[in-house]
Structure formats: C-alpha cells, structure tokens
Design a protein around this ligand. Structure first.
Ligand code: UDP
Ligand code: MG
Length: 340
C-alpha cells in the first residue's frame, strides 16, 4: 500500500513526464524598446501559448513571461506594469536607460529562476508555435534549442540583404554562429547558468551560445512581419552589432594584419630583387634602388611587426575576458563540479 499523502503523490506524478524527466517551469524573456504598439498583441499571444502548455502538462503552472523595458521613450513600461498587475504571470524589469537588445536580453536572462527559458522578440516575428516544439526538444535531452528561420520573405528586400551580408561578414571574421538564428532560443537552467558565467561586458549572445557547448537542436520556422510598430534595428544598429560581434569574439582582424605583413614582406623581397636587377642593367637613376628597397622592406617589416604585436594583444584581450575554460556535461558519479 502506498502511504504517501495524496497531494504529494499528485505533485510527484505531475512533476514527472513519461520518460522520467521533470516537467519544467518556463520563463519567456522579451526585451522591449518602444514596443507600445506591439505590446498588447505580444502579451495576449505569449500568455495563451503558456496557458495551453500548462493545461497540456508540458510546463509547470509557475511559468512566467519576463518583459524587459530597455529604456523605452514611449509608454512601454507603463503597459508592462499594468499587465503585471492584471496577470501575476507577467513580470517586468526596467533598465535605467537604453542599453541595446543584447544587454536588455542578458538583463532579463539574469533574473530567470525557472528550469528553462526562451528568449523572443516583442514583435512576434518569430513563430510562437515553436515554443512547444522547443520544450519537446528540451524534454528529449537538449540543453539548447535554436529557432532557425527558413524563410524571411516577409522581411523587406533591404532587411533581407543586409541581414545576409551581416551573417556572411561574421562568418568571414571567424565568429561561428548558427545561420539564420537570431535570439529566439531555449536554454536549460544549466546552459543559462553557463552563459551567465561569461563575465565579459561586450556581448554578442548568438556568438557566445555555441561556445558553451552541450547538446543542442534546432526548430525551423518562417519569419513573419512585425505585428505592429517598426524595426528597432536600423542599419546603424546592425553595423554596431556586427562590430560588437567581431571585436568581442574574434581576433581574426588582427590575424589579417599579420597575414598582410607576411604577404608584403614576400612582395618586398621580390621587388628588391627586381630593383637590384634593374640597377645592374644600368637602367635606373641614381638612388632609385636604395629608396625602393627601403620602402618595400620597411613597409613589410612594420606591418609584420604590427601583426605580431596584435597577436599578443589578442591573447591579452582573450585573457582579460576571464572566460570559463570548460563546462562538464556529464559525470558517472553524482557530485558534479560544473565548470572551471
Ligand atoms: N530591442 C531592444 N533594445 C533596442 C532595440 C531593440 O530591447 O535598443 C528589442 C525590440 O523591442 C525587439 C527586439 O529587440 O523586441 C528586436 O528588435 P526588432 O524587432 O526591432 O529588430 P529586427 O527584427 O527588425 O531585426
Ligand atoms: Mg523584429
């Protein structure tokens, strides 16, 4: 006979899914900048997704939606506050000023206390029906689930081509990231706490997530147009994001200087032979050979030296980030020491 109290048994049954994995509590994190036009639709949509998942026993009832007001100039914060009074599932976080999408998202993520979290934009461009799929993939053992756009035809031609150029540039600069994935993703508690161990201040979250590792999967969706309002990512912000991504994650630009220096030295050596050859043929005016050789030689040596100095600065730069060196995914015994 089972002597455990009924409420406890019910709770135990509730907190176990079919394959024995605990049903997770979920936080949906939404950074908002001047989103008053899209806010109501966003709350309605996300709340109904959460309610449906709760009633299907996919997530726990203590799941929440965290809206981060990134120093909006309109009444976004007033709307968030009002919504949080009407609906206890809605939480609000207000930044003291506009810090940009990436930092606003990080601020929201740092307040998460649930088992899993999903980040999504306020404009509902990302298909919310993927949330269920993401949770399912988490239950199958994935710690990170990336939302990947397989169709951006609803974006303007300009947005599409600049976004494509952006991804190509980032890849060329050595920043590895999941193609066509923005910041719509699920993170398990473990993946999130690993991300938060990266103490750097200049952040490009899309490029940092693959550094964490762990088992991951993707869900595909087609991106729709903004539900209301206009893009808060004009070209200027996109270029700033690309520069942030490259300079915070890659030392490739420094390597390019080293390579240029090396190539210049080789060209200088060939050109010096040519200048000497011309001098021996007697077809040069006095002083030409020495001037040419010194220009080539000094140019090459200077660029190469800059590259070498750059390599060391790159190392110092990486060291100052004091990043965690590794995360342990699994151990055969209980007492886990997650990272170092
Ligand atoms: N956002 C933000 N701070 C900013 C700019 C944007 O929090 O400085 C938010 C914005 O409210 C939205 C998300 O980041 O929820 C993505 O912005 P948007 O949809 O305008 O970018 P796009 O989809 O056009 O690239
Ligand atoms: Mg958008």
């Amino acid at each position: 006979m089972n002597l455990e109290p009924a409420a406890y048994q019910e709770n135990k049954a509730y907190s176990r899914s079919l394959n024995g994995k605990k049903i997770p509590s979920l936080s949906i994190v939404v950074p908002c900048y001047n989103e008053s036009e899209a806010f109501d639709a966003c709350v309605k949509e996300l709340d109904s997704v959460i309610q449906a998942l709760i009633s299907d026993n996919c997530i726990r009832p203590e799941s929440v939606i965290i809206f981060v007001d990134d120093g909006s100039k309109d009444n976004t914060w007033a709307l968030i506050k009002q919504a949080s009074i009407q609906n206890s599932r809605i939480h609000g976080v207000k930044l003291s000023r506009n810090r940009g999408h990436q930092l606003a998202l990080m601020a929201g993520l740092s307040t998460v206390t649930t088992d899993i979290c999903i980040s999504i934009d306020a404009d509902l461009q990302d298909d919310t029906s993927c949330i269920r799929e993401m949770v399912e993939k988490y239950m199958q053992g994935n710690e990170i689930v990336y939302g990947v756009r397989n169709d951006r035809s609803s974006d303007s031609f300009f947005k599409r081509s600049t976004a494509n150029a952006f991804y190509k540039f980032m890849t060329a600069m050595g920043v590895s990231q999941v193609a066509n994935h923005a910041d719509y993703r699920l993170l398990s508690k473990r993946a999130l706490s690993s991300l938060l161990k990266y103490k750097e201040k200049n952040i490009y979250i899309r490029g940092m997530i693959p550094l964490i590792g762990f088992t991951s999967d993707k869900v595909y969706y087609s991106r729709s147009s903004r539900v209301a309002g206009e893009s808060k990512y004009p070209l200027k912000k996109m270029i700033a994001l690309a520069m942030e991504g490259v300079t915070s994650l890659s030392v490739t630009p420094l390597r390019i200087i080293s390579a240029l220096g090396f190539i210049t030295c080789i060209i200088a050596a060939i050109a010096s032979f040519y200048a000497l050859f011309e001098k021996m043929r007697g077809s040069t005016i006095e002083g030409w050979t020495s001037v040419m050789i010194s220009i080539f030689f000094l140019g090459g040596v200077q660029l190469l030296s800059l590259g070498v100095i750059g390599e060391y600065i790159g190392k110092i730069y990486i060291e100052t980030k004091d990043r965690p060196k590794f995360f342990i995914e699994e151990m055969t015994y209980e007492d886990q020491n997650e990272s170092a």
